[in-house]
Every structure is written in C-alpha cells, then in structure tokens.
Ligand binder design. Structure first.
Ligand SMILES: NC(=O)c1ccc[n+]([C@@H]2O[C@H](COP(=O)([O-])OP(=O)(O)OC[C@H]3O[C@@H](n4cnc5c(N)ncnc54)[C@H](O)[C@@H]3O)[C@@H](O)[C@H]2O)c1
Ligand SMILES: [Fe+2]
Length: 389
C-alpha cells in the first residue's frame, strides 16, 4: 500500500472579492506585505491593501522582490525587511513573491541562513504567520511546503522543502488575476498543468494527489485557453486559479519529476521563466515517459478530449497516450510557447552543461516513472534544440 503524508494550509478562501477578507485576518497585528513591482503596478491589490491599512496595528510594504530570485537576493531581502515583533507576512504575487515570503518567514527574527535551509539544518518554528494571496495561477506555491531559489554556482534552481513554509491562510481571489498578461497567464497555467500531470504519474502518486491532479487537469483543459484569450473572464480565471492551487496540493503530497528536473537548468543558467521552461519540455518528456505510464496518460487523454468536445471511443490506451502527447504539444504551440531551445537562445554548445546539471536534480528524477540516464536526458534536450516543422 502506498504511504503518504499531506500538508494543507489551515484556511483557504476562494471567490471574487475574497481579498477583502485580509482586513479581518490582520486586525490588530504588525504585518509585512510583500510582492514584486509587477504586482504592485498592476494595481490588483489596492483594495485589499486599503482594507489592511485600516485594521492592522502596523503595516510595512515591500515591493522589491525580484522574479525567480537567487539565494543572495533572498538573503538581502531578509536583511532589508527584518522587523522585530512581526506577527504576519502577507505575500501578494506569483510564485516568486510567495517563495521569497516563505524564506523570509523562517529566516527573519534570528532564523536560519539559506545554507542551513539548503542543508536541511532547520528544525525550529517560524515566528510570524504566513498569508498567501496568489496573483498568478501557476506555481501553486500557496499550497506547498516548498520554496525555490536560484543557485548560480550550481547553474540550477534548488527547492527547499520545509514544513514551516506551509501557509496559515490562502486567499484565492480571481479578480486579482484580471490584469495578468496573456503570455504570463499561458506560461503559469502550463506550469500548473505540469505539476498535476507529473504528480499524477509520479512514483510518489497516491489517492489524494491523484484526486487533486485529475481535477486540476480537467480545469486547466477547460479554462486555460479562455483565460489567456480573455483575462477578464472571472469564471475562467477562477478555474485556472483552482487548477493551480490543486497542483500545489499535488506537489505537497506527491512530487514533480522529469519535466521540472530538466527545466531547472534552463531557469538556473539561462534565466528562462519557470513556466516557459516547463512548457517547452512538457510534451517531449511525456513522449519519453509514455510506456511507463500509458494507462494513466490514457485517462488524462480522455479528460483533454472531453474538454475539446472530442471522443476517443475506439482508441486503445497506447493511442490515447499518443493523443495526449500531441494535445500537449498543440496546447503549448497555441499558447505561443517557444517550440525549441534555439528560440530561447540555447544552442548545441550548451548541451553538456544542461545534461550535467539536470542529472543532479535527483530529488525530482527519483520521482519519475521511468528512469533517466544522462544519455536519455541528452536525447530529450537534443530533440527540442531546433524547431521541428
Ligand atoms: N514553491 C513551489 O512549490 C513552487 C512551485 C512551482 C514554481 N515555483 C517558483 O515560482 C516562481 C514562478 O512563479 P510564477 O510563475 O507565479 O511567476 P512570478 O511570480 O515570477 O511572476 C511572473 C510575472 O508576473 C507578474 N505578475 C504577477 N501577478 C500579476 C498580476 N496579477 N498582474 C500583472 N502582473 C503580474 C510579476 O510581476 C512577474 O513579472 C519560480 O521561481 C518557480 O521556481 C515554486
Ligand atoms: Fe513548477
């Protein structure tokens, strides 16, 4: 019997206008609101901040989080925002803002260093509570005990898993996503799809992650195209937001694998946005994985087909799995994700470095349903070096 453990945020609220619930959560407290300049300039969180201002005991705002931060940038941010007696941190933004806030929540007020966290040398408790208000629908960071930092010396993004990173409260308000540009909506939505699909076929998959993964993928197949085409469609925004949250729940109790492992060097070395690097790899990795998880891929194919009004009646599981791989490639193409590494500025001379770095992401490769040698990794990268016409 497969054993598993699942952590969840304590309180989850979902619905248009829910960000205004922040006021009640922070009443009388000393809080730090954190985000990045993109979120701040989007204006999406103004109403929530106004509400906080009236009720909190003290509010400090910090809007200088950088996208996909390095370990040094995180350490610098901790030093810049550390304040004694802090009661709560409110992270407003995408995965970059939420991950940074997680690090701050344990490192501030005399907590561990980044080195301690990478080495798993922290067993204490964070002092401030953590409230997550996602403004992208992708990372699912609001539901995970993981936080990711770029480590330039390893040419990789590295994930730290720490139970103290788990949010106390998550507010999912689709109105905050209305101004998210189509390209970011597409890339982040495909990241959520990677989370659900990888966790569904993972060696760590279990009944809870399977349930959340299937519903996450159903919602993505149904609504991601609409959310990209019409950012003001609140129904579609809400469904992509739930898809991302459920993808995070999957990460918390199962685990991503080869797509994320091969994607980390693309982000770590070439600074390609996380959602884009995953999306480029999604179909090629599942073409490789197919024979190890054909039955599960067939079930996902049925979901994808149903969302596009197609019936796969008469197909066997192998044909359905092939349909899914084609569907994933088409989805990425329709959402204008680059089809090759060349389009991302990566050439054949970069292959050795990519292969060596990806092979070190054992934490994730060990979850893949089919083992990958260095040669297998090289074949996958080589297959997407140039655009196939
Ligand atoms: N902790 C986890 O479990 C986990 C899982 C997956 C990914 N991640 C990490 O999350 C990060 C990526 O997060 P992301 O994909 O959400 O992107 P992001 O947080 O980097 O944001 C992408 C861009 O969108 C802008 N933006 C965000 N919300 C906006 C809004 N409402 N309107 C306008 N612009 C807005 C931001 O300013 C930024 O420029 C990566 O570092 C990745 O490694 C973490
Ligand atoms: Fe991801």
């Amino acid at each position: 019997m497969r054993q598993f453990k699942c952590l969840m945020p304590k309180v989850i609220s979902f619905g248009p206008g829910k960000a205004r619930e922040l006021a009640r959560s922070v009443a009388g407290k000393k809080i730090l609101v954190m985000g990045d300049p993109g979120v701040k300039s989007s204006g999406a969180v103004r109403a929530a901040l106004d509400a906080i201002g009236a009720d909190a005991a003290a509010v400090r705002e910090f809007w200088d989080i950088v996208a996909e931060p390095t370990e040094q940038q995180i350490t610098d941010i901790v030093a810049a925002v550390d304040m004694p007696g802090l009661d709560a941190i409110v992270a407003v933004g995408g995965g970059s803002a939420m991950d940074t806030a997680k690090f701050v929540s344990v490192m501030a007020q005399g907590g561990p260093s980044m080195e301690d966290l990478f080495a798993g040398r922290f067993s204490g408790k964070r002092k401030a509570s953590l409230i997550m208000v996602p403004t992208t629908a992708g990372s699912g960071s609001e539901a995970t005990p993981n936080s990711i930092a770029l480590r330039p010396k390893l040419n990789l993004k590295v994930g730290v898993v720490c139970e103290e990173f788990m949010a106390d409260q998550v507010i999912l308000d689709p109105e905050l996503l209305v101004g998210l540009p189509p390209n970011v909506t597409a890339a982040t939505g495909l990241d959520a799809l990677c989370h659900a699909l990888e966790c569904y076929v993972s060696n760590k998959a279990n009944p809870v992650s399977d349930m959340f993964a299937m519903e996450s993928m159903r919602l993505t197949f149904k609504s991601l195209r609409t959310a990209v085409a019409d950012g003001a469609d609140i129904e579609a925004r809400g469904e992509t937001q739930l898809a991302a949250f459920y993808g995070g729940v999957c990460i918390a109790c199962s685990g991503t694998n080869a797509v994320h492992a091969l994607s980390y060097p693309l982000g770590g070395r070439y600074r390609i946005p996380h959602g884009v690097s995953n999306a480029v790899l999604l179909a090629p990795v599942f073409a490789y994985n197919k024979d190890a998880c054909v039955e599960k891929l067939a079930m996902v194919a049925d979901l994808a087909a149903r969302a596009s009004g197609t019936s796969l009646g008469g197909m066997n599981d192998s044909d359905k799995a092939d349909y899914l791989v084609d569907y994933l490639a088409r989805l990425a193409q329709d959402l204008k994700i680059p089809a090759s590494l060349e389009e991302l500025g990566i050439g054949p001379e970069d292959l050795d470095l990519l292969v060596d770095a990806a092979f070190e992401v054992k934490r994730l490769l060990d979850n893949n349903p089919k083992p990958l040698s260095k040669d297998d990794i090289r074949v996958i990268y080589t297959g997407i070096l140039t655009r196939r016409s």
